[in-house]
Design a protein around this ligand. Structure first.
Ligand code: 4AD
Ligand code: MG
Length: 433
């Protein structure tokens, strides 16, 4: 018998096929049973009659939710069925029956979010969660494909690091060998500045860690970041790369994951405009936008979540905000030659209230200025010796950014909280399961 996946069902109309999966739901109606099967690629409704297939009928009757099954039957077009096809079940093998005494904890009803998170290992079997994980995989694939197509080489950054990249307040300290202190990386940036000087255009894509004390819908303590870095590239070119990357990801999701976006009931028209060029406004103009809306923001203030929403609501696609006050940004950012109080930094803000999805900048390439900044930020110079070497041996202007994968995927999915878009979220009070 031909073994197929549920997403292929349409190609096998009128044929007998075998599907290997799980019982998602079961409706019984006298001498008929209507099981719904899932196999990770989709769900399909089945129908089985006592009269025609007594053995299969008996096996299905009373079968518990999430029992694993190998099921054979004929694919028929059925307009009313989800997906447009149904399976006329003729044979079924129950691989494991979920005991009636310990039913599957996630019922087809609303559950509280803590309950769902405690059962994340099972919750991910539901169609919405599976669709989100597929869109995440597509985003990762499209992001890599785009970076590679632009001539960037993947160079992986370490996870154990001797020092902070994004400020010391959110470092996770680990006890390294023989009681030496190390930290989980907050960003691979400093390391790919080194690989960029070796290879020209590079990126890293991996998990990063921040002991975020904020309990918001945009913060995880472990999240994935894609970070490009390029020698001889200045601020504007880095912003152009960022808009190209985000557009490529969104357009691939629309093209290749339309069914999943439909499962999420995501309004895809809100994503169709996500194509270059994105609007660009300076931090100072962003402050004016805020003031126009009655927000008390003034020069020198950080732009928080609510402010980001006000700014991004002005546009139909992500907006690039550039040239922030140097005083509120990281130690490594190159000052603007004409306005040294401004850093050549940029953030990309996603629409619909999703806020900052990219943060980046041009980097300081002058040795003396970098030493001065390290001191001003009270950073341990010794741990940065190697980083300073990059300014000693053939230093050049260079730029890069970090794109938060979960923030980007949450926006594409229209997910309420970013904890839904990573298989096992780590947040302020959660490292289980
Ligand atoms: O703006 P951030 O802190 O920038 C950096 O780490 C730079 N070193 C990157 C670089 O230039 N190579 O973080 C970059 C992005 C943010 O825009 C956001 O999308 C995401 O990482 N991010 C988080 N995502 C989830 N949870 C958190 N706690 C996050 N913190 C940052
Ligand atoms: Mg940032």
């Amino acid at each position: 018998m031909t073994v197929i996946t549920i997403e292929q069902a349409g190609k096998y109309e009128g044929q007998d096929v075998t599907i290997r999966g799980w019982l998602y739901n079961l409706r019984e109606s006298g001498k008929l049973v209507f099981p719904i099967f899932r196999d990770g690629t989709g769900i399909i409704q089945g129908v089985c009659a006592l009269k025609e297939n007594p053995e299969a009928f008996a096996a299905l009757k009373g079968l518990t939710q999430e029992s694993s099954v190998i099921v054979t039957g004929k694919i028929r077009a059925e307009q009313r069925a989800p997906g447009g096809y149904e399976l006329g079940v003729s044979r079924i093998q129950v691989v494991q029956k979920v005991p009636e005494s310990t039913p599957f904890p996630i019922q087809l009803k609303e559950h509280g979010v803590d309950f769902l998170l405690d059962h994340r290992h099972l919750w991910m079997r539901t169609p919405r969660q599976a669709a989100i994980l597929r869109i995440r995989a597509e985003a990762e694939r499209a992001a890599r494909e785009f970076m590679d197509s632009q001539g960037y080489t993947l160079t992986d950054a370490p996870i154990f690091t001797p020092a902070a990249c994004e400020g010391t307040s959110t470092l996770f300290e680990v006890n390294y060998i023989d009681n030496e202190k190390a930290y989980l990386t907050q960003s691979g940036q400093l390391y790919i500045e080194a690989t960029a000087m070796a290879l020209g255009k590079v990126y890293t894509f991996g998990p990063t860690f921040r002991a975020e004390k904020s309990k918001t819908r945009r913060h995880l303590t472990e999240f994935w970041m894609l970070e490009p870095e390029a020698a001889y590239v200045e601020l504007d070119e880095a912003m152009t790369l960022g808009e190209g990357l985000v557009s490529a990801i969104v357009q691939s999701a629309l093209k290749n994951k339309a069914r999943e976006l439909e499962t999420l009931k995501r309004d895809a028209t809100k994503l169709q405009n996500v194509k270059p060029p994105f609007p660009r406004i300076s931090y100072e103009d962003a402050i004016k936008v805020l003031q126009k809306h009655g927000n008390p923001a003034k020069f020198g203030d950080d732009i928080g979540g609510d402010e980001e929403t006000i700014i991004s609501n002005e546009f139909d696609r992500p907006v690039l905000v550039h040239r922030y006050p140097a005083a509120i940004k990281a130690f490594y950012m190159q000052p603007d030659a004409e306005r040294p109080d401004l850093a050549l930094a940029f953030d990309m803000l996603a629409p619909e209230g999703y806020g900052e999805i990219i943060g980046g900048s041009q980097r300081i390439h002058d040795y003396d200025l970098l030493v001065k900044r390290l001191r001003e930020h009270n950073l341990p110079e010794d741990a940065f010796r190697w980083y300073l070497d990059l300014r000693r041996y053939g230093s050049v202007p260079h730029s890069g950014f970090g794109m938060g994968l979960e923030r980007t995927v949450a926006w594409i999915c229209g997910a309420e909280h970013i904890r839904e878009v990573i298989p096992f979220p780590r947040t302020l009070y959660r490292v289980y399961p």
